[in-house]
Every structure is written in C-alpha cells, then in structure tokens.
Design a protein around this ligand. Structure first.
Ligand code: UDP
Length: 480
C-alpha cells in the first residue's frame, strides 16, 4: 500500500564529509516526520573502512542506503584534476545509474533531495514530476557565495585571487579574495565551470536546506531571503536552516578504542587539544614538523590524528582516507624523539579517530582543525574552541566566519596554504585557547553557541521548526 507520508530520495556525493550530514538529515526525516527515506550514495574508492562501519550502523532502522555502482571516469578527466572536478564528473556519470535505481523502486520517491554536487540530477525529479530540493551541507555564507558566483562571473575581470578588494555578496559579509573557495582559485580550470554551473542550478530547486541555524548566521540567512538582495536569485525558493545536523556520539569505533578513551578519562577537565584535518587532509612534511614542535613547546596535552605527510609542499588531499591504509608510522615523519618525549603528554592516532566522541569528552578543551563544516559544527556543539587551519574547499571561509564573525577561534596570521606556519606561532595559539586568560572569552563564546545550537534543535525552536515546515510542505505537495 502506498504510504501517505512522503518518500524522500536523498543523493550524496562521495566522501565522508558529504555522507555524514546527508545521513543525519535522512535520519531526522524518518524519526521526527515519519518519512520513508532512501539514500543514494555514489561509490568511490573512499568506500570501505570507516564508511562500512558507518553504513552498517545507519542502515537500519532508519533509511535504506543504496550504493550506486562505481563509475570509471579515468578517460574523462586529466590526471591531477581538482577534487571538485572529480566529484562533479563522478556525479554526472552516475546519473543513469541513479535514474534506473529510482525507476526500479517498488515505492517510488515523492521528492528528491540532492547535495551540493548532485544538482545535475534535479532533472530526474523533473522527469518524474516530483518536487526537488538541494541540501547545502555547509554554511549560509558559502551558500550565498555559491548563488552569487554567476553574477560575480560577469562582474569580475581576471582572476578572483588577484583582486585587491573583497567581493560584495549582497547583504553578506564581504569575501576576501584570499579566502574564496577552491574552485574560484583558477577561472580557467574545469572545477570553476563546474562550480559556476552548480550556482546556476541551485535556484532551479524548489527550496534549499542548509546545515546551519538562524541564530548562528542571521545576516547571511536574511540576505538569502531578501528579494532585493540574494532572494532575487532564489526567488520563491524557501531556505530551510535545519542544522546543526551532526553525527551522534557513540560511533562503533569509539567503543573499540579503549586505549584512547582510557587515557582521556585520566586527563584533567578541558586539558587536551585535539588535532585533526578531516577525512582527507594532510600536511606537508615541513609543516607537520612545525606542528609537532609547536604542540610540544606549548606543553599541552594532545590527541593528534596523524597521516603520512604529502610529498610535495602542497597541503591538503582528499579521497585518501577512511581505509586506514595510508600511514607510514609517525616516528618516520615526526621530529626525532617527539614520540618518546611526548609519551606522557599525548596520543597519536593513525589516519582516523572517532572525532565526535573525542570532541564530546570532558577532557578535551581545544581543537586544531582544518575547519571542514562538519568538524566546525561538531566543535561548536561540544563547546570546544578552535585553532583554524583551513586547507581546501570552503574551509578558508569557514575559518573566517569562526574567527571574525563568531569569535570562537584563533588562527595563524598567514593562511597555512600560503606560508609555512612556524612552531612558535603554533605554540602561542595552542596556549591561547587552552590556558591563557586571553582565550577565556573565546571559550565562553563557544559555550554560548553550544547552547544556542541545542536550543535551535529543540522542539518548537528555529531548526526544528524549519524542518517541520519543510516536512509539511512536502506532505502538501504530495497530496496536491
Ligand atoms: N572524521 C572522523 N574521524 C577522523 C576524521 C574525520 O570521525 O579521523 C569525521 C568528522 O567527525 C566529520 C567528517 O569526518 O564528521 C569530516 O567532515 P568535514 O566536513 O569536517 O571535513 P572533510 O573531511 O569533508 O574535509
């Protein structure tokens, strides 16, 4: 019998950072609104390892998860193509598989929700005659820039990064040229045309869900809704801030990691710095050495998720982790004697750690992070102040938001992607958020945001209301 509640098909692009918020959205639609949810995931070589664990823990009883068959895109991209290009091409090539998987479903979906890289699949919803939405699993300021980039494309001559003035995204905090998102770094690269296309396709959706909350980004959200500002671009397309949607505490790997949690249990309250660069971030060898020295000089306790450094001087990688296979052993690349000297002070975790469980532990008092949006939300919702270390994607914007607008983070003076950050500066930053009086205000501010996030998600408050409104609209559309 046909369910009277909506059946949402959610499409996630590959990569843990994309999957996690899609899974959380799916789970809430099921648990709070009785939707049926099928999540389509585009497989990649990140599948395996942690993804398998995550999937097995999420499949039942919440959603069906369908992994679309891997696509061979080797002939379609040049070697060394940027991540945005790789993901965009994978999503494009997966469209036929998505179409046939949907048409083979016994209970067809009544709406489609694509993520940032899935906007080309909105046309499948058109073919089926069902409503279509986009889920921006990041922040509202980045969403505003994404919607505005087709306009900037017409207004700005030359490379964005060579401009001397910030970009005025109407109604929003201006975007400094050095913090633009990766696809805007080089306008001649394919990743730029893919991003531009995404900016054009977003407003074709019936609405946009975004993983933030009203009280965190009132200015950007107001701009997105104001017809005289960005609302002109997303006219009649409601914006639903439904966040923060984060992975819950209690991941399966946290239960097996007895040594780590046993050690954390013995440390004083908020005394441990957590260091991690997301699901795929890596540092150069030189930078890793400076980070190690900086932590040691700060004399603070730490848990550091380590990965073999990149061979080139270019920080940042993607699609490398989640399999536990890419670590040479920390003593091969950390400063000589570091492991022995810091044995009492900290723990090194190779490749992957149960991040949310660590951040929620009372002994953790700071997070040196690459500022991926999931990591950012996980830090805020656990009241942990941050040191910003943006590497790729929209992380430079996230870092700016955290430091300049929200006041919950400190960071190096120069961007780590531009210049080697030295050990003394790192030690100072660590001490600032962990022990110095100067950092007390930052800690107080992040605790305030933690409470604001909890409130937003509670029944009747902003994000809960936004998701309820979205659910109501979907039901009305279904029964129309
Ligand atoms: N993550 C984790 N353990 C790790 C590295 C990452 O659990 O060792 C999780 C992290 O908690 C977050 C996600 O992977 O939920 C990373 O997403 P984010 O948006 O922060 O960054 P990305 O990896 O997409 O750059």
């Amino acid at each position: 019998m046909q369910s009277s509640k909506p059946h949402a098909a959610l499409l996630s692009s590959p990569g843990m950072g994309h999957l996690i918020p899609v899974l959380q959205l799916g789970k809430l639609l099921v648990t709070q609104h009785n939707f049926t949810v099928t999540i389509f995931v585009v497989a990649s070589h990140t599948s395996g390892g942690e993804w398998e664990v995550l999937r097995s823990s999420m499949t039942s009883p919440f959603c069906d998860i369908v992994e679309l068959p891997p696509v061979d895109i080797s002939g379609l991209i040049h070697p060394g193509a940027a991540v945005v290009t790789v993901i965009s091409v994978m999503m494009r090539e997966s469209k036929p598989a998505l179409r046939s998987a949907i048409s083979a479903m016994k209970l067809p979906p009544t709406l489609l929700i694509d993520d940032l890289f899935g906007t080309e699949s909105l046309e499948i919803a058109n073919e089926l005659g069902i409503p279509k939405y986009v889920y921006m699993a990041s922040n509202a300021w980045f969403l505003a820039l994404t919607l505005y980039v087709p306009t900037l494309d017409k207004l700005v001559e030359g490379e964005y990064v060579e401009q001397t003035e910030s970009f005025r995204v109407p109604g929003c905090r201006p975007v400094k040229p050095e913090v633009v998102v990766d696809p805007m770094l080089d306008r001649t690269d394919q990743q730029y045309s893919e991003y531009l296309r995404i900016g054009i396709e977003f407003p074709k959706a019936d609405g946009i869900l975004v993983n933030t909350w009203e009280e965190l980004q009132p200015q950007a959200l107001a701009a997105l809704r104001d017809v005289k500002l960005l609302g002109g671009l997303a006219k009649n397309h409601p914006i639903y801030p439904v966040g923060p949607l984060t992975r819950p505490v209690g991941s399966p790997s946290s239960r097996t990691n007895k040594q780590l949690f046993g050690w954390l249990e013995k440390q004083p309250h908020e005394s441990v710095l957590f260091v991690s660069f997301g699901s795929g971030g890596t540092l150069s060898y030189e930078q890793m050495n400076e980070v190690a020295w900086g932590i040691e000089l700060s004399q603070q306790r730490f848990v550091w998720v380590v990965r073999t450094p990149t061979v080139t001087n270019r920080d940042a990688a993607f699609f490398t982790s989640g399999t536990g296979a890419d670590d040479d052993g920390p003593s091969n690349y950390l400063p000589e004697g570091f492991v022995d000297r810091t044995r009492e002070m900290g723990l090194l975790v190779p490749v992957w750690a149960p991040q949310v469980d660590i951040l929620s532990h009372p002994s953790v008092g700071g997070f040196l992070s690459h500022c991926g949006w999931n990591s950012t939300l996980e830090s805020i919702t656990n009241g942990v102040p941050m040191i910003t270390w943006p590497l790729y994607a929209e992380q430079r914007m996230n870092a700016t938001l955290l430091r300049e607008e929200l006041g919950v983070a400190v960071g190096p003076e120069a961007l780590p992607s531009k210049k080697l950050v030295g050990r003394d500066e790192i030690a100072k930053l660590v001490r600032k958020i962990m022990v110095d009086e100067e950092g007390f205000g930052i800690r107080a501010k992040v605790k305030e945001l933690k409470r604001s996030a909890e409130k937003a998600l509670s029944k009747g408050d902003s994000s809960h209301r936004a998701l309820s409104l979205f659910a109501e609209v979907c039901e009305v559309q279904q029964n129309a």
